[in-house]
Ligand binder design. Structure first.
Ligand code: RIB
Length: 324
């Protein structure tokens, strides 16, 4: 009998403390806000939830505190069908926190306090090595220590598991070569692309140049998310529906994002990664996976908060009109 395989997510989990306001304040300015809410969040947690809601078998490894935030996050993961037996608890620090400010256009500013996320060590990967068993794909972000991300990527690669990195938040000094050479798919947003390549992907020519710059660093395939403009795949090898830029030796494809009324863009990037990974794990082509990522990202913008905004399979299929 064929074994059922899963996506492994190694990353952060946080409680989001969200303030909405008419506009984001300037330095030194005091503003009257509109509302305050707490939502389950953290990029690793959001991406795992997105995959599970879209029907992918998903297992999560991360570190929580021993507090009520941890209880809420674990309940949310379990209720959505994410496998939690690899989750760990930190002894001396609380659960990670994100302070999120959202303006009336749905744009945000986020400050994170790592807390327990900062305690996820390479030795924890060894302790929970079972998460790699029967995994098809490892998905990570950068809200846990970089040495842990590098170690997990090495372990996954050694086991023949593909590695997808969402380099968020991107370190200002860029990423070390020992990590870059172990990434099959990198999924940066516009800000992260500029930090990693020095190129702002503000138009198609610049987006392709930035994608090529990432490939030149040794990454297999770059998928740049471009906000409301959608996403572009840039790869060294041909893929279904790719166009060829022979002069630059790259294959590429732009995919528009379905237009939506934006309420809150928090976790749109996480929904994109979840949608893309879930489709890849079903054996869909890269082009189809990115189209589903774009649709999931658009849907996440239509609701407030991180976890509550991640779409279901039904919502996503309705938007992209997939045959049942
Ligand atoms: O990507 C959105 C997430 O970033 C939020 O849920 C917040 O926790 C921050 O990590």
């Amino acid at each position: 009998m064929e074994k059922v395989r899963h996506i492994a997510v190694i990353g952060s989990l946080s409680m989001d403390l969200v303030l909405t306001m008419p506009k984001l304040p300037h330095v030194g300015e005091t503003l009257k806000g509109n509302s305050f809410n707490t939502f389950v969040g953290g990029k690793g947690n959001n991406q795992a939830l997105a995959m599970a809601r879209l029907g992918a078998r998903t297992a999560m490894l991360g570190k929580l505190g021993k507090d009520t935030y941890a209880e809420a996050i674990l309940s949310c993961l379990s209720e959505n069908g994410v496998e939690c037996r690899h989750m760990l608890s930190a002894e001396t620090v609380g659960t990670g926190i994100a302070n999120i400010w959202v303006n009336s256009n749905g744009e945000n500013e986020i400050v994170i306090i790592a807390n327990s996320n900062g305690e996820l060590k390479p030795s924890d990967i060894d302790e929970q090595v079972g998460i790699f068993e029967d995994a098809t794909l490892l998905v990570m972000q950068l809200e846990i220590p970089l040495e842990t991300v590098i170690y997990a990527a090495e372990q996954a690669r050694a086991k023949g598991i593909a590695v997808l990195l969402n380099p968020a938040p991107a370190p200002v000094g860029g990423l070390p070569q020992e990590l870059l050479s172990k990434i099959d798919y990198i999924v940066p947003n516009e800000t992260e692309t500029e930090i990693l390549t020095g190129i702002n992907p503000s138009d198609e020519v610049k987006a392709l140049a930035a994608g090529k710059a990432l490939l030149d660093k040794g990454i297999g395939c770059a998928i740049l998310t471009l906000g409301a403009r959608g996403a572009v795949i840039v790869a060294k090898e041909p893929f279904e529906k790719a166009e060829n830029d022979a002069a630059n030796s790259i294959f590429y494809k732009f995919t528009p994002a379905p237009p939506v009324k934006v309420i809150d863009s928090t976790a749109a990037g996480d929904a994109f990664v979840g949608g893309m990974a879930a489709a890849l794990s079903r054996g869909e082509s890269l082009s189809q996976a990115v189209a589903e990522g774009c649709a999931a990202g658009s849907l996440a913008c239509t609701k407030a908060g991180a976890a509550p905004s991640l779409p279901s399979r039904l919502e996503l299929d309705k938007l992209i009109k997939l045959p049942n």
